[in-house]
Design a binder for this molecule. Structure first.
Ligand code: CTP
Length: 407
């Protein structure tokens, strides 16, 4: 939803008191929100409230000369990337179904090419009325998305179907709706992130430095592009991006097991995890005591999760990461070949630059292609990388065999 321009229409129902909270939920997700109120909506909530939470002047009137001079209603209709009417009263649904243009909001709905979603809110008998049913059915055939309504206590004291969905749920449903047309719609993406921990004894472990931020940003970006996303995460302290399924693991062996069990049906595997390359040969049952001045540890290789996935006959599109301290591109290209990847994203990590940082830059190598994603926030980079993956995937979909001859 980042940067999406949402036109929020508020019509005159008691549920309008929840709409300022909806504006906040949408803005939290990075959307720009322009509120348009009907005359009846202003009987319930003031325009001042919406102006404060949206950070933009509210539009209420088709005949407001000053507002029209700033951005005419046709311009506003073009500005919107999606229109959400919440709450949508029975009267507004009827006007929308009838193609009326008798106030600013109805006119905008008629003039826009953006998709329209409505969140009905009304008394359960009004919702059940044949006239409303016919209007809603009519709107649905025109591609208007109907979100809700929910069932429960109503303002009139009755109980039934007709409550507006809660702001958080509306924001989530709208995000899913926007994502449904995304570049990775219908794809399943599996991502590893964070470090792994290899136990020495009950209180000690060997690990890698990794915040997990890049992998989590990729999960968020892939989800926003419409993918079903599974995130296999080592120990990190990051919140799970909304709509993403997360599986927490500890060691490289756990990570491999989780990845292999999630692999069926996966179209893209992205390996951002900083997997420990070695693990102690033995894990002590009790704390290792300080009995000598030096301590030698026998270590063995951990499984290479990325290479294991890339070596399978039923491999998805496989993307690796390379953190290099020198000869970034040369080393990354060598890894692309050695691990038989479809794509590799490389960055320089001298002075622990990229660790924990919120921004980064990447060189992306794929079969016969090279891209540079300039320094930016990890989410912006993740979006760029997701787009490159989607392009490569679309170009290869028709090929019977992929991922063999590289670069
Ligand atoms: N990786 C993995 N499992 C491992 C080690 C690495 O899945 N046990 C993945 C990482 O997630 C990353 C890629 O492999 O996507 C690159 O890892 P790196 O350790 O840099 O590559 P190596 O081939 O092990 O090279 P190096 O000799 O530089 O360690």
């Amino acid at each position: 939803m980042q940067g999406k321009r949402i036109l929020l229409g508020v019509t005159g129902g008691i549920a309008a008191y929840k709409s300022p909270d909806l504006v906040r939920r949408l803005r939290e997700r990075g959307a720009e929100v322009q509120v348009v109120m009907t005359a009846a909506a202003r009987e319930f909530v003031t325009a001042t409230t919406f102006q404060a939470v949206s950070g933009r002047p509210v539009r209420t009137d088709l005949w407001d000369a000053a507002a029209e001079a700033a951005m005419g209603h046709i311009e506003l209709a073009r500005w919107a990337e999606v229109v959400l009417i919440a709450p949508a009263t029975a009267d507004f649904l009827a006007r929308l179904a009838g193609g009326r243009a008798d106030d600013l909001l109805a006119t905008l709905c008629l003039a826009t090419e953006a998709p329209i979603a409505v969140a009905p809110a009304m008394n359960h008998l009004m919702w059940a009325n044949a006239a409303t049913r016919a209007n809603v059915a009519q709107l649905a055939t025109r591609g208007v998305a109907v979100l809700g309504p929910g069932t429960g206590d109503q303002a009139c004291g009755e109980v039934g179907e007709g409550r507006m969905l809660e702001p958080l749920e509306l924001a989530e449903q709208l995000a899913a709706l926007l994502a449904a047309g995304g570049e990775l719609a219908g794809r399943r993406v599996l991502i590893t992130a964070g470090p792994t921990r290899e136990r020495l004894d009950p209180v000690r472990f060997i690990s890698n430095r990794s915040s997990g931020k890049m992998g989590f940003a990729l999960a968020q970006a892939a989800r926003a592009a419409g993918a079903e996303v599974v995130l296999v995460a080592g120990p990190v302290s990051l919140p799970t991006p909304p709509g993403v399924r997360r599986i927490d693991v500890e060691s490289a062996a756990d990570m491999l097991a989780a990845v292999l069990s999630e692999l069926p049906g996966t179209h893209v595997f992205i390996s951002t995890a900083a997997v420990a390359d070695y693990r102690p040969l033995r894990t002590a049952q009790h704390n290792i005591k300080k009995t000598s001045d030096t301590l030698e540890l026998a270590m063995e290789r951990t499984p290479d999760v990325l290479a294991t996935v890339a070596a399978r006959a039923d491999r998805p599109f496989v993307v690796g990461f390379a953190a290099e301290t020198e000869s970034v591109e040369q080393n990354a290209r060598a890894k692309l070949m050695k691990k038989n990847l479809d794509m590799i994203a490389a960055n320089e990590v001298g002075d622990a630059k990229a660790f924990d940082a919120d921004d980064n830059q990447l060189i992306v190598l794929a079969r016969g292609a090279r891209y540079e994603l300039g320094r930016a926030g990890k989410l912006a980079l993740a979006r760029g990388l997701v787009s490159l993956i989607a392009q490569q995937l679309a170009a290869r979909t028709d090929r019977p065999q992929r991922g063999t001859a590289l670069a």
